[in-house]
Design a binder for this molecule. Structure first.
Ligand SMILES: [Fe+2]
Ligand SMILES: [Fe+2]
Length: 209
């Protein structure tokens, strides 16, 4: 199945998105090795990472239409930023096209942008790998002047990587969610409720232990 998925993605995605996807697979498997070395989890993370952005390059109105087609709840915050739907749409597309039924694979794809309460290991790994794959830094540098906030962001990513590789996955995840939500606030955009639920769940469960 993986060979078919890779062939389809190569034909469908831009070179930049394909390279990002390849890098997410590699980073996800590096992070995973710290937590779980079983073949089953490895395979689940690998498949989820390959498919995580499979419909990301659709246009805004196509994302909204696809979500409606799949019966996915579309929030007002999705209408404001339809690209946020790509994770939920990619999961539905992967389920339909590749007949993936494993909920851990589907949840990992679905939750890779906003997170969710009670994320499984595969979902946490994919969320972090998507944000922390090395191409992210290159993308930031290519875009930016040597501007203080971007340099800070690069070092923020480094500290999240260090946490993920040190076995502190929930700390890495909370830092990642805080960083994303802070970015949304800085841009004065609405915060998606699913991201708030995910972050609060993680924070409250870490306080409870
Ligand atoms: Fe994505
Ligand atoms: Fe991605």
């Amino acid at each position: 199945m993986l060979e078919r998925i890779k062939r389809d993605l190569k034909a469908k995605l831009s070179a930049r998105r394909y390279a990002h996807t390849e890098s997410v697979v590699k980073t996800a498997l590096e992070f995973l090795a710290v937590y779980d070395r079983s073949a089953e989890t490895h395979d689940r993370v690998e498949i989820a990472a390959w498919l995580h952005d499979c419909v990301k390059e659709l246009k805004n109105d196509e994302q909204v239409d696809l979500a409606k087609f799949y019966g996915i709840e579309v929030h007002p915050e999705d209408i404001a930023s339809p690209n946020l739907l790509h994770a939920r749409n990619s999961a539905a597309f992967a389920e339909e096209t590749y007949e993936i039924v494993d909920p851990r694979i589907l949840n990992a794809i679905r939750e890779h942008t906003l997170g969710a309460p009670e994320m499984c290991l595969e979902a946490k790994i994919l969320y972090l790998a998507d944000m922390l794959e090395p191409g992210r830094d290159a993308a930031i540098k290519a875009k930016s002047d040597p501007n203080a906030s971007e340099i800070n962001y690069s070092s923020e990513l480094d500290s999240m990587r260090a946490l993920a590789l040190a076995g502190k996955i929930d700390e890495a995840l909370l830092a990642a969610m805080n960083s994303k939500i802070t970015y949304v606030i800085r841009k004065n955009q609405p915060i998606h409720p699913l991201g708030v639920l995910a972050r609060n769940y993680l924070l409250l469960s870490s306080l409870a232990t």
